[in-house]
Design a protein around this ligand. Structure first.
Ligand code: DP6
Length: 325
């Protein structure tokens, strides 16, 4: 009863921001991401009858506390689905997400955990079913089941049975690049879960965010289909700015940006002014990701690395979906 799976992280170009159901992790809006080749998690899960409680090792270190709690809660769901509440598991995860890259490892982490644990316990699940299981660990993780461009459909059912990811275009459809620009390795002050809740509950801009999504989705899907960097980039950047605007209109207001976040945004704008198609997106933290085409690689690296306050720039390509090892 053992299995190993590898999943890559993803960056949202149309953000998941806000839940309609916090228990079932059901989003208010569809989101769309690109899975990245540079950052992934490999997880081995082994179920045993003789174990009395789960054990979770991350990069060979035994994990306790909140992170352990999230893993056991997730395994409870797997055990329940399989009807095997008698089993406990040892979980070994290795994060190939350079800590300096400023990516949350939760997306690749929960996708790998879901795949490995479902297989180890003998659950015969389809990809949409696996995406739905993964969603319960962390919403954005449900998109990491697939490679390339992926949409998470919010679904319409109250029980969440139609809220899962669907592939839009495979990784080899289009060679775009994403530079992860790291400004600070400090812990996020407001976790995405908490930030999106406060925004849904209090932001006067939140309804406008939700209303703006269908047009963004239509535009970005057309852009992906046409391999149109301008359309994809402009849509993603505007969507990111609109998401962050909702935080400024929350009560109490907050922002994920640091001064260097804005310096990177300005540098990206400068690049465009000089004719280089480059576009930024930012998740629930200060680090910036920059989207561009391969021929601009050197120009982009040079420009981003020269910004005072930038610690590191790591480049990624479109990456693959889940793999069992
Ligand atoms: C800003 O997936 O981390 O990165 O479902 O509460 O675990 P939970 O939230 P999480 O939120 C990600 C928010 C985001 C946008 C995105 O990835 O779509």
């Amino acid at each position: 009863m053992q299995a190993t799976a590898r999943a890559h992280t993803n960056i949202a170009l149309i953000k998941y921001w806000g839940k309609r159901d916090e228990t079932r992790i059901l989003p208010m809006n569809n989101s769309l991401s690109l899975t990245l080749d540079g950052f992934y998690t490999t997880t081995t899960v082994a179920f045993h009858e003789e174990l009395t409680e789960d054990q979770f090792y991350l990069d060979d270190q035994l994990v306790e506390g909140a992170a352990y709690g999230k893993v056991t809660a997730f395994l409870d769901r797997i055990r329940q689905t399989a009807g095997r509440l008698d089993l406990s598991a040892t979980v070994h995860s290795t994060n190939h997400v350079p800590t300096a890259a400023g990516f949350a490892s939760s997306a690749s982490g929960f996708a790998a955990l879901a795949a490995a644990s479902a297989k180890a316990i003998g659950l015969d699940v389809t990809d949409p079913e696996l995406s739905m299981l993964t969603r319960h660990g962390s919403g954005s993780a449900c998109r990491s089941i697939y490679g390339g461009f992926v949409e998470w459909e919010k679904g319409t059912q109250a029980d969440g049975s139609d809220s899962y990811a669907v592939p839009i275009a495979p990784a080899d459809h289009w060679d775009v690049r994403v530079a992860a620009v790291v400004l600070s390795s400090a812990e996020k002050k407001i976790l995405s879960r908490e930030g999106m809740k406060r925004t849904v509950d209090t932001s006067v801009y939140y309804p406008a965010w939700v209303e703006s999504i269908p047009a963004d989705l239509a535009a970005i899907k057309q852009g992906i289909c046409d391999k149109d960097i301008t359309k994809v980039g402009e849509t993603a950047e505007a969507n990111c700015l609109r998401m962050h605007a909702t935080t400024l209109a929350a009560q109490p207001p907050f922002s994920y940006w640091h001064s260097t976040t804005m310096a990177v945004m300005e540098a990206v704008q400068d690049l465009r002014d000089s004719g280089v198609p480059a576009y930024f997106t930012i998740d629930a933290g200060p680090n910036v990701k920059v989207l561009y085409l391969p021929e601009q690689e050197e120009t982009i690296r040079e420009k981003l690395q020269a910004i005072p306050g930038v610690q590191d720039v790591t480049v990624s390509r479109p990456g693959p979906g889940l793999a069992y090892l």
